[in-house]
Design a protein around this ligand. Structure first.
Ligand code: NAP
Ligand code: G4F
Length: 341
């Protein structure tokens, strides 16, 4: 019998790559889709015809219990979230509900459906749970690089909500003996990245300027540094964590960091342009509290899971710029996942 996976956040960047990866591994893949007429759902249907969809919302406990009851998954990947950090200041309560409390609701759905009680072991087959934790939890970092033991000092309502979900996942593992793990993932990008995140904003901006569709690119803090990898590599790590002998948390990243300035330089250079002629800094795009730098120490994942990234920073930037040049040349709409490569 094929193993069965349920993915929340199926319409997002990671949900799409994870679904492809699991289908390749022979899984029966189900995605939780919210909304009455969510346009991203029809787009994911075109890309991933073999994924089955079940209706549900991280804000609605009953819908999650029904989804787990219906799918009877072996593995649940909780990728659904409000994931854009600036939005978490504008809608802090909603972020707490979706990104934080949503984790509680998924864990409760699994606990109830598999008959797990306090101090006891599950009566039926164990459902394995993956939580999409984030390097944003490290925030104002206390050491560099960051590993599984580094303390948290989140700098945004998003980071705080993720820290809640992270600790809750550990707590359900310790309280109920659930196979529940968190991947502390550093920034990962791709041609399917949302246009609001800085890498995609830059690759789209470069493509527009190259094609004469725009004359400048407005950015915020150029000095912020991130550890950027390729999303396709990171979903492999999620799957590996749920195949391990013991439930443990892992840091996933490349171990190298670059600044937003270096990102802009590399992306414009990939299109044969000089970034300094086009990039304009805009104070309005700076954040109330910034995470200045993030850099992973992914040694545990390398040693225990055999996980390694395969795409370098320069390759990633070139991949995204080339993809957006192709997309715009073909008249595609960057906001439509139907144009996802
Ligand atoms: P993304 O592209 O923004 O996708 C977010 C997903 O969450 C979408 O599918 C969205 O679905 C869903 N969602 C939002 N509100 C929901 C709700 N109320 N109920 C159910 N689903 C809801 O994010 P991503 O980059 O793929 O990231 C996946 C996960 O990893 C997120 O939890 C993110 O916080 C975390 N993470 C990402 C990174 C990164 O660098 N990409 C790093 C660390 C952690 P709709 O179509 O319904 O809006
Ligand atoms: O691309 P970003 O918006 O990603 P951020 O805030 O690091 O968060 C992403 O990675 C986290 C993992 O560490 C995830 F948990 C989270 O869900 C998300 O996927 O911004 C990166 C950096 C920031 O320091 C920001 O201040 O780029 C800086 N930046 C400079 N100018 C900009 C801009 N960011 C955006 N989005 N837009 C700008 O114009």
């Amino acid at each position: 019998m094929a193993r069965r996976a349920l993915i929340t956040g199926i319409t997002g960047q990671d949900g799409s790559y994870l679904a492809e990866h699991l289908l390749d591994q022979g899984y029966e893949v189900w995605g939780l889709a919210r909304g009455q007429a969510n346009p991203r759902v029809s787009r994911i249907r075109k890309l991933l015809a073999d994924v089955r969809l079940v209706r549900g919302d991280l804000l609605d406990q009953g819908s999650l219990i029904s989804a787990v009851e219906r799918v009877q998954p072996d593995e649940v990947y909780n990728l659904g979230a409000i994931s854009f950090v600036p939005m978490s200041w504008e809608q802090a309560e909603l972020t707490a509900e979706v990104t934080g409390m949503g984790v509680l609701r998924v864990l409760e759905a699994i606990r109830v459906c598999s008959g797990v009680s306090r101090g006891g072991r599950p009566s039926g087959g164990q459902i394995r749970f993956y939580q999409a934790s984030s390097s944003e939890m490290f925030g104002q970092v206390s050491e560099t690089p960051q590993n599984e033991s580094t303390g948290f000092h989140p700098r945004s309502p998003y980071g705080v909500a993720k820290a809640y979900g992270h600790f809750l996942t550990q707590n359900y593992r310790e309280s109920y003996g659930m196979f529940a793990v968190s991947g502390i993932l550093f920034n990962h990008e791709s041609p399917r990245r949302g246009a609001e995140f800085v890498t995609r904003k830059v690759s789209l901006g470069v493509a527009r300027i190259k094609l004469g569709l725009a004359g400048e690119l407005r950015l915020g803090n150029l000095e912020a540094r991130r550890d950027w990898g390729f999303a396709g590599d990171y979903v492999r790590a999620m799957h590996l964590m749920l195949q391990a002998g013991k439930p443990e948390d892992y840091v996933i990243g490349t171990g190298r960091m670059k600044s937003v300035r270096e990102l802009a330089q590399a992306a414009f250079a990939a299109a044969g342009l000089d970034w300094e002629r086009y990039v304009v800094t805009d104070q309005a795009l700076h954040r109330p509290a910034e995470v200045d730098l993030l850099c992973a120490d992914p040694k545990k994942a390398r040693v225990q899971l055999g996980w390694e990234p395969t795409v370098s920073f320069d390759e990633l930037v070139a991949m995204m710029v080339e993809s957006d040049l192709r997309l715009l040349t073909d008249g595609g709409d960057p906001d439509q996942e139907s144009s996802w490569p």
